[in-house]
Design a binder for this molecule. Structure first.
Ligand code: NAD
Length: 312
């Protein structure tokens, strides 16, 4: 099963890798890569297409600056944005990326009013909110990528610690994308064995802390950019769940309308993804400590949202 067309907006590190992964998995007949810079998507798209005979995939990759090529896309993965430059405050970045995501969303609405948007651009929970409000799409069709990445990081660290296959590790990370994310130790297991039976609380706490700082750890190595291999893999997994109607339970940023006691906010929660996008939000039991951490995370997201609204 595959889609007719998937468009990736932003041909930077995350976008280009995402387009390549989607094409290699043949998740769509056509993969469109769009960027604002002339030549970049054309060059990258052509280079990727030239790898098709070697890798053996038939998804056509088209690089362009023109949204007409994206008309009728089933899914848009939005990775467009700018990184902070010298002299720019975080608030400047927030306003700039909100402007970019707003412009991109208007184009999506114009050329593909039935599309599903998977938001990747940061600050994630805020950009997903902007896309939902500007598009007017139902919440089923605007979903943020963060939890799949954060959970993958947590699982990868547990696998290293225990020297076991990553495939056997199940975990759940909730909350906003950032330092306030909430990894749920009580829902973490290795082939069904609760993690607490295999690791002491101090080691679990250390892995949780490394997960919280996972994005920063990569930035501290790269110095000039942020992570993209794992982020693009995460967005691709969400695309696969939707186009193949897999009904996977994945942690995603979803627009809450009362779930977990929150309203009118995007927050990472367990979601069922399938044909049509977000099929269901699952409400799991939380300990008092986890609930307090989720509330703190929601307050951080709300604070940034208020800051953006005061700027525009
Ligand atoms: P990058 O700078 O390599 O790429 C961004 C691209 O967006 C550039 O090619 C730029 O030209 C393009 N762009 C800017 N304005 C545009 C517009 N109006 N229309 C189309 N394209 C436009 O950055 P990156 O490393 O690929 O990261 C992309 C975004 O994803 C960033 O906001 C980053 O913070 C975010 N990110 C999120 C997660 C997550 O977990 N949600 C993980 C990694 C990165």
């Amino acid at each position: 099963m595959s889609a007719n067309k998937i468009t990736v907006v932003g041909a930077g590190h995350v976008g280009e890798t995402c387009a390549q992964r989607i094409a290699e998995k043949e998740l769509a007949r056509e993969v469109v890569l769009i960027d604002i810079i002339e030549g970049i998507p054309q060059g990258k798209g052509l280079d990727q297409w030239e790898s098709a005979p070697i890798e053996g995939f038939d998804s056509r990759i088209i690089g362009t600056n023109d949204y007409e090529a994206a008309a009728g896309s089933d899914i848009f993965v939005v990775t467009a944005g700018v990184a902070r430059k010298p002299g720019m405050s975080r608030d400047d970045l927030l306003k700039t990326n909100a402007g970019i995501v707003g412009a991109v969303t208007r184009e999506i609405k114009r050329v593909a009013p039935d599309a599903i948007i998977i938001m990747v651009s940061n600050p994630l929970d805020i950009m997903a909110y902007e896309a939902l409000k500007i598009s007017g799409f139902p919440r089923e069709r605007v979903i943020g990528m963060a939890g799949v990445l954060d959970t993958a990081r947590y699982r990868s660290f547990i696998a290293l610690e225990l020297d076991v296959s990553v495939r056997d590790i199940q975990a759940l990370v909730l909350g906003g994308h950032g330092d306030s994310m909430v990894p749920l130790s009580s829902y973490t297991s290795v082939s069904g064995i609760p993690l607490s039976q295999l690791l002491g609380q101090d080691r679990i706490d250390a892995l949780v802390q490394r997960t919280r700082k996972g994005g920063g750890e990569i930035v501290s190595h790269l110095k000039t950019g942020s992570a993209y291999y794992a982020p693009s893999a995460a967005a691709t997994q969400m695309c696969a769940a939707i186009v193949q109607d897999q009904r996977r339970i994945l942690p995603c940023a979803a627009y809450l309308q009362g779930e977990y006691g929150f309203d009118d906010i995007f927050l990472g929660v367990p979601c069922k993804l399938g044909a049509g996008g977000l099929l269901e939000i699952l409400e799991v039991e939380l300990t008092e400590e986890e609930r307090a951490a989720l509330t703190k995370s929601a307050e951080a997201v709300r604070g940034t949202l208020d800051k953006l609204q005061s700027m525009i």
